[in-house]
Ligand binder design. Structure first.
Ligand SMILES: [Zn+2]
Length: 467
């Protein structure tokens, strides 16, 4: 059994402090630190530092048991006790600090950081699952596409690390000023988005321009949801797309010419259009008009659930993720017992399928109108494999708001949460979800969350504390 279960590193002006967390099942070493086993413990730490941070100037080592400080060892003393022939090898995971927000639960945090409640409790020396707002918790890994602010960081240092400008980093995180604090989690755009934004050229381009710069503009427009051939030729089609883009903003001259102002708006639009979900595979992933899935995200284990569909043949829209498929089978069995006639109509939808749907809507009606009637690629919850549209003979197997008033619709509202599903776009919450009332669209979030959400009359946005 490992003596330590993890570490954090804190930087101050003199150098680094290593904090090691004792394995709670190994507390006898807390006593040994002051007694006979001191040399063994010091040797273990020395080995750990040499093998993991050979180049880090570590000034001192703190040893913690949960939130209790057991001992502080200056690094020089560890150094003096070193025996270079030792063979103890330790591999520890790095812990990060997370500040508990309003609406958090251990369940939610565990889910977000892809760990378990038991592990969070063990790492933090918690005896129960009660946590409070503002509490500092150690979590085993940072979310992907995020950066945890450390002592000594500035926006400039962080932006530089990721090939961003300070303006881009601030825009992406919707920061009004340059203040950041230790422990803050900043979102970092995915590489592809950074590249796209940085390829937007300076200068003025119009019909007749051609070359790599024009291709950069076209790629930017496509990332925003247009469907242009990126051939590097600024022809009438590129011009009409620029017209359409400019027409969405009052402060932008509607001239079909790409110049510094259009560049600024397009860059900001790209950076604020979506937040790419850091946890696409989580059952609590939030996908809406502001939070999108990565374009290359395809859920693992897509299967056809054993439930009734109004059509026989195989179609990818029959697919759901395995966990959601199992749950919907239980839901349909209960419906059967209660003499409720439900049919599944449309589940998984790939990014590319959504892209084709949205792209043809943009071509026909322009960006503003397309946004009203369809989801941009990546913004459809159907890409998670956790959603299914349901229907019934009472609404002629259509997707109709009237479904909410039928016996089937009201049965679904009552019973879905017991099986881990929520009505994702409820009536009266259109402002929060960004969608009109859809009594037919159910989303799997797992039973504890579904019960919590429905009993408290919440949306997923409200439950996760994101608006
Ligand atoms: Zn749907």
């Amino acid at each position: 059994m490992n003596l330590f279960i993890g570490h954090t590193i804190t930087r101050n002006k003199d150098g680094f402090m290593l904090v090691l967390y004792l394995n709670p099942q190994h507390t006898e070493f807390a006593d040994e630190l002051s007694g006979i086993g001191k040399r063994y413990v010091e040797q273990t730490i020395k080995d750990y530092i040499v093998s993991n941070f050979p180049n880090l100037k570590i000034k001192s080592v703190n040893i913690m048991l949960g939130s209790l400080l057991i001992a502080t060892l200056p690094f020089s003393s560890i150094n003096a006790a070193a025996d270079t022939t030792s063979s103890h090898q330790l591999q520890l995971e790095q812990f990060y600090e997370y500040t508990v927000k309003s609406g958090d639960s251990l369940f939610k945090i565990a889910n977000e950081f892809e760990t378990t409640i038991a592990r969070l409790m063990s790492i933090n020396g918690l005896s129960g699952d009660l946590i409070y707002v503002g509490q500092q918790l150690k979590v085993p890994s940072p979310q992907p596409n995020t950066y945890l602010v450390r002592a000594g960081d500035t926006l400039f240092i962080i932006a530089n690390q990721f090939g961003l400008t300070v303006h881009q980093l601030k825009t992406y995180n919707e920061l009004d000023n340059d203040m950041i604090y230790v422990g803050q989690i900043l979102r970092i755009p995915i590489k592809k988005l950074i590249e796209t934004v940085n390829r937007l050229p300076d200068g003025v381009f119009h019909v007749g321009s051609k070359g790599e710069s024009v291709r950069g503009i076209q790629k930017g427009l496509n990332t925003f949801g247009y469907d242009l051939e990126d051939d590097g030729i600024y022809g009438p089609i590129t011009q009409s797309v620029i017209f359409d883009f400019q027409s969405q903003y009052n402060n932008l001259t509607n001239d079909g010419v790409y110049g510094p102002n259009t560049k600024r708006y397009l860059q900001n639009a790209l950076l604020t259009d979506h937040i790419v979900a850091p946890n696409p595979a989580s059952t609590l992933v939030l996908i809406n008009k502001k939070h999108s899935l990565p374009s290359d995200y395809i859920p693992d284990n897509l299967v056809v659930p054993n439930v009734s569909f109004p059509f026989e043949e195989y179609n990818p829209k029959k697919l759901m993720r395995q966990d959601a498929a199992w749950a919907i089978e239980q839901l349909f069995q209960k419906a059967d017992q209660d003499n409720i006639s439900l049919y599944a109509l449309s589940g998984y939808r790939s990014y590319n399928r959504q892209k084709a749907i949205f792209g043809s809507n943009v071509k026909a009606h322009g960006m503003a109108a397309a946004n009203q009637t369809s989801a941009k690629p990546g913004e459809s919850e159907h890409q998670t494999g956790l959603a299914m549209d349901l229907t019934s003979p009472s609404v002629n197997f259509q997707l109709s708001q009237y479904f909410g008033q039928t016996r089937e619709g009201s049965w679904l509202r009552q019973n879905a949460p017991d099986f881990g599903f929520i009505i994702r776009y409820p009536i009266g919450k259109e402002e929060i979800t960004g969608y009109q009332y859809e009594p037919w669209h159910i989303r799997y979030v797992g039973t504890p969350a579904a019960l919590d959400i429905s009993h408290n009359n919440l949306t997923l946005e409200e439950y996760l504390g994101v608006h």
